[in-house]
Write a protein that binds this ligand. Sequence first.
Ligand SMILES: O=C(O)CCC(=O)C(=O)O
Ligand SMILES: [Fe+2]
Length: 345
Amino acid sequence: MISIKALAESPGLTSIPPKYTFTRSPNDEAVSDDPEESIPIIDFFLLTSGTPDQRSKTIHQLGKACQDWGFFMVINHGVPESLMKAMTDVCGEFFNLTEEEKREYGGKHVLDSIRCGTSINASVDKVLFWRDFVKFFVHPQFHSPSKPAAFREISLEYSKRSRELAMELLKGISMSLELGDTYIQNALNMESGLQILIANLYPPCPEPELAIGLPPHSDHGLLTLLIQNEISGLQVQHQSKWVNVNSTPNAFVVNIGDQMEIMSNGKYKSVVHRAFVNEKATRISMATIIGPPLDSVVGPAREFVHRENNAPAYTGMKYKEYMHLQQSHQIDAKSCLDHVRILPA
Ligand SMILES: O=C(O)CCC(=O)C(=O)O
Ligand SMILES: [Fe+2]
């Protein structure tokens, strides 16, 4: 399998090969141009170190962001900007390795601890995507490509810092569900939780309006934390329209994943998003997926369901089975959740 980078760099490429043509339905193309419509911003400093009043206001904002958008931007997070930049830069260097060097990591299985490739799962995707990726599991055991030279060290530090940030956000989210700050961490045994880093490379594309970087999908974990270089490309579905999320290299873009939707019994829903490509510049993003342990069965939180007087809306499924189910089929927005949804009688 040739990388998109190699394809994009082929001399004289003016059109994309047919298997990269992504058909969009016209009613799927409404993009919101309202400048007021942008994802909410959460001030992490106020969440963790503000006065009691500031903290409770921020928890309220966080809950509202999870409920209304499922996507938010985190500022004042304390992760050094230099580390974020080093991480996206070294990802760019990874994709500059030779095809042969990258082939060493060309695993096939979704549970391989290091896997690089193109598209999402090139063996099941009918249309290929304008994207190369490398995914590696960094928790509970740390794995990382060993090339280029600085990759391991930077990704170790980045995975620790992004994990600390995610654990504080989980506390805030737990509080916003009125479950007590450590509820999610304890109920899902997050000490042994899964953390995956996914570096995405979207090279310039000669026909960006025909191709797609990543098609509409939701993420399988509890939370995803995304950083990116200075090139925009992420769009989020909100009230049946696509909303552009502009790149702000010093902020984290955070979104709710399917396991959080299940755990919160549908109160906080995972959100469909996609990445588009452009003609001029290479876009790099790095997603950190935070999930429960691979062997844990995630279902709606009992205390929560009971308190809200609702019936469970999802059945429990082992996280690793859910991941496998999602990644071994062609991605279709949020359709994987249908496998665990309990339809009202
Ligand atoms: O590159 C992006 O902006 C989105 C990446 C993403 O959605 C993912 O890796 O799951
Ligand atoms: Fe995603």
